[in-house]
Write a protein of this length. Structure first.
Length: 344
């Protein structure tokens, strides 16, 4: 009896081990393929190994019992393979999702580190200026009335810079945390462009930059927040003014194409270094010197204007892109066009 058991074990091993080895080879050859393929191979290996072991034990004699076992294994395989395919696809989607989430977490962590480094540098600069001028006034080092007035104006200017930075930090934190809540309504992009152009005209005149708007006669309706979209265009125009040299030109244009509304802000500045283009909308990313903003008389740049614009556009289910032209660069916004019936 023991000899019979050992013989059965030997025959079973002789039939199943080669199948297992072939299965391992198949797994090695398909390791670069989809997870679904691997799941199917994993299901087939034990099933075929079991069938080969049973055939070896039966002495290659296809009896009724062997046929019954073969039918059972065939039914099990018929059920198991589609299940493995479904599970493989589900696991593949989960793996891809987990990988994407991990990459997003790493990008968010990198962005947070850069933001902390930026805050520690850029907020310190106006604070140091305010402190120095305030101490000079308190200690009576400055006595001339015109100098005192100049210091006072400079302190107010630096305070506005700090206030703008804090506001931008608050806006950016709401965007990144998903706490941004926008109330959508039908908005005509032409009206927003007119308002933004008029509001930024004094700044453009002060910078000796020509600011113009070109738009069609028909309304361009999108579903969005008037305040948020105004902020987007204002940030893009302010960025263009800051990087356009005196005597340059900035053009705002709008139109529709392929069920989308588009708005472009074109400038005649130095353009954007190709190395910086993929990161131009990241928080506090300054890039190379050609597009690195400095605190000037034209505004209170916080370094987050483009990142805020990108976040607000994404909240409107739109896209924002930047690319260089032959002279200067173009920032383009694309938003889903509002169906006229939705305006009723």
């Amino acid at each position: 009896m023991p000899n019979d058991i050992f013989a059965l074990i030997g025959y079973a091993l002789a039939g199943s081990v080669p199948v297992m080895m072939l299965g391992a080879l198949a797994m090695r050859l398909t390791h670069n393929r989809s997870l679904t393929t691997s799941m199917v191979v994993l299901v087939l290996i034990p099933t075929l190994a079991t069938l080969a072991g049973v055939i070896a034990v039966s002495g290659m004699m296809f009896t009724d019992e062997l046929r019954r076992i073969g039918v059972v294994l065939a039914v099990v395989t018929t059920v198991a393979v589609p299940t493995a395919i479904a599970l493989g696809r589900a696991q593949a989607r989960k793996t891809v999702w987990e990988r994407q989430m991990l990459e997003q977490e790493r990008a968010a962590e990198r962005s947070r580190r850069e933001l902390v480094a930026w805050v520690s540098h850029d907020l310190r600069t106006p604070l140091a200026g305010i402190r120095a001028m305030g101490e000079a006034l308190v200690d009576g080092v400055i006595a001339q009335p015109e100098t005192i007035e100049r210091y006072a104006h400079q302190i107010v200017h630096e305070t506005h810079r700090l206030s703008a930075m804090v506001d931008d930090l608050f806006e950016m934190s709401k965007i990144n945390s998903g706490a941004l809540r926008l109330s959508f309504e039908p908005v005509d992009l032409r009206e927003l462009i007119d308002e933004v152009t008029a509001a930024n005209q004094p700044t453009a005149d002060h910078a000796q930059v020509a600011l113009h708007a070109r738009q069609p006669q028909t309304p361009i309706l999108v579903a969005g927040s008037d305040r948020a979209l105004t902020r987007v265009l204002t940030n893009l125009v302010a960025n263009a003014i800051e990087h356009t040299p005196p005597g340059g030109r900035i053009d705002l244009s709008a139109g529709t194409a392929h069920k989308h509304a588009w708005t472009c802000v074109d400038d005649t500045g130095p353009g954007i270094d190709p190395v910086d283009l993929p990161r131009i909308f990241e928080v506090a990313y300054r890039g190379t010197a050609a597009r690195s903003p400095a605190a000037t008389d034209t505004g209170t740049n916080s370094g987050m204007g483009l990142a805020i614009a990108a976040g607000l556009v994404q909240a409107h289910h739109g896209d924002i892109t930047a690319h260089n032209r032959e002279v200067g660069c173009r920032f383009e916004i694309r938003l889903p066009l509002l169906d006229p019936q939705d305006d009723e």
